[in-house]
Design a protein around this ligand. Structure first.
Ligand SMILES: Cc1ncc(COP(=O)(O)O)c(C=O)c1O
Length: 460
């Protein structure tokens, strides 16, 4: 009997794949299929129930079953090699678990989730978040947390809103996350850069900038930096926070991938000044579901009200349905087990990528070596630009990112590629790097002789 059940499911999916069934289309009646497959009506009803559960079809009482959407072929992803997309691995997204939480949230909160809600974020979620943040060594109270619509919203608000130090200039690492560079450009705010390599930043230079340039805040991505993959040591973080204290500069710490850190001893900057010098941001986009548009910020008490005014004027409140479901997902331990799984997954992919780079990239090409995270940067030889490689690989349906857009205009470098491992399939990594190495070789051989190895790039 179970084989008839499977046959019916396969038959419906097969018809969808060839376009015979399409969105809104009515399926054959239960009686019709039970005759066609010589099985009981009950078997057909069970097969349809399974397809409903998979969101392939839906039922209208007293009318019949209908198709939800067009066929979405899975093998599409295999046709190209994607080192470009920076969302989480779609095969590791916990749809079904999260669906339970969504249903529970609607059941539990009812209309509360579908009207305007607390502009600071659901209190019950903030309680869960405060408890989760402890695992990242961020100890704080729900009253200092604000739930935001993605960390990008918080960054954009920080760029524009006044800070208690009364200043307006911003300092960012170079390179840095493209989203903050866009906000700075759009709001025409004065920004300074400080060079970041895999060896960190020059702390004397940092002190000079803090002392002389009226800095409102220093935006830092302390772990698995985007795009370099760099992590600061605890003593560097401590020193940066001390300098910030000394010169009355705020630190905006974007710990977007902190949850993936295999080093359990790594502390966030927040832990060196928990009462207000460091503003801590935790996104759920990379380690969970970016479509939820949920992140949280931990603010100094004196900034909570002002931040809430700016946030209110931008969107009233963040999506309450996402908040209710995330609260349940955190509370019941599902997030914890999801994290365990993805920590392993991304670390493994990062290792495979580094082994391939080690083995295949030409001697005059260097790459960063993060222990986990999403991003790794490749530093091309002087005579090769990232733009050239992006173009050549694109023609072979291999996608990588040109990191030049991740610099402020005055600091731009055009020979860095960013590779992201989150959406590429493990089995494709080596082949992708082989093709990349081939592109570099072919430009190398048609232009200048290979540039000599320099010490400067050796450890990046
Ligand atoms: C370093 C960094 N911060 C923040 C964000 C924005 O994330 P969210 O989806 O939470 O707005 C990104 C997205 O790529 C990022 O790379």
């Amino acid at each position: 009997m179970s084989s008839k059940y499977m046959q019916i499911i396969e038959e419906v999916k097969g018809q969808l794949a060839i376009g015979k069934l399409y969105a809104g289309c009515k399926l054959p009646s239960v009686r019709h299929l039970s005759e066609q497959f010589s099985c009981s009506k009950n078997t057909v009803i069970r097969a349809y129930a399974e397809l409903e559960q998979q969101h392939v079809i839906y039922a209208i009482p007293k009318s019949g079953y209908y198709v939800v959407n067009e066929y979405q072929p899975n093998e599409h992803a295999q046709k190209f090699i994607d080192f470009y997309s920076a969302g989480p691995d779609i095969n590791a997204l916990p749809y079904v678990d999260f669906q339970h939480c969504m249903n529970q949230a609607i059941e539990h909160y009812k209309e509360e989730l579908f009207t305007y809600s607390d502009q600071q974020g659901l209190y019950s979620l903030r309680v869960q978040l405060a408890s989760y943040l402890q695992s990242l060594q961020v100890f704080t109270q729900p009253e200092r947390l604000v739930v935001v619509s993605g960390s990008q919203q918080a960054l954009n608000l920080f760029v524009t809103m006044p800070f208690p130090n009364g200043r307006s200039n911003i300092l960012i690492e170079q390179p840095s996350y493209f989203g903050i560079i866009e906000s700075i450009a759009l709001h025409q705010v004065t920004a300074f850069g400080i060079d970041l390599t895999m060896e960190g930043i020059d702390l004397e230079r940092l002190e000079y900038i803090f002392r002389n340039h009226d800095i409102k805040f220093f935006y830092v991505i302390p772990r698995f930096h985007n795009p370099l993959g760099h992590c600061y040591t605890n003593s560097e973080k401590k020193k940066i926070v001390e300098l910030a204290e000394k010169y009355d500069v705020y630190i905006v710490e974007d710990d977007f991938l902190g949850d993936l850190d295999p080093n359990m001893k790594a502390d966030p900057m927040f832990s060196f000044a928990p009462s207000g010098r460091v503003i801590y941001i935790k996104s759920f986009s990379k380690v969970f579901l970016p479509g939820l548009r949920i992140a949280t910020v931990v603010l100094p008490e004196r900034m909570v009200n002002s931040f809430l005014r700016y946030k209110f004027s931008s969107d009233f409140n963040s999506p309450a349905l996402s908040q209710g479901a995330l609260e349940i997902y955190l509370k019941n331990g599902m997030f914890h087990s999801h994290l365990k799984k993805i920590k392993e997954l991304y670390r493994n992919k990062m290792q495979i990528l580094q082994e391939a780079c080690d083995l295949l990239l030409p001697a005059n090409t260097y790459f960063s070596k993060p222990t986990s995270g999403f991003y790794l940067s490749i530093f091309l030889p002087k005579n090769v630009t990232a733009k050239q490689i992006v173009h050549m690989l694109h023609e072979q349906q291999i996608y990588v990112d040109d990191a030049s857009r991740m610099f402020l205009p005055e600091y731009k470098k055009d020979n860095i590629l960013r590779l992201c491992i989150s959406q590429v399939h493990e089995s494709q990594i080596k082949h992708g790097i082989e093709r990349l190495a081939h592109c570099i070789d072919s430009i190398n051989s048609r232009k200048h002789p290979q540039a000599p190895k320099t010490f400067l790039h050796q450890n990046v």
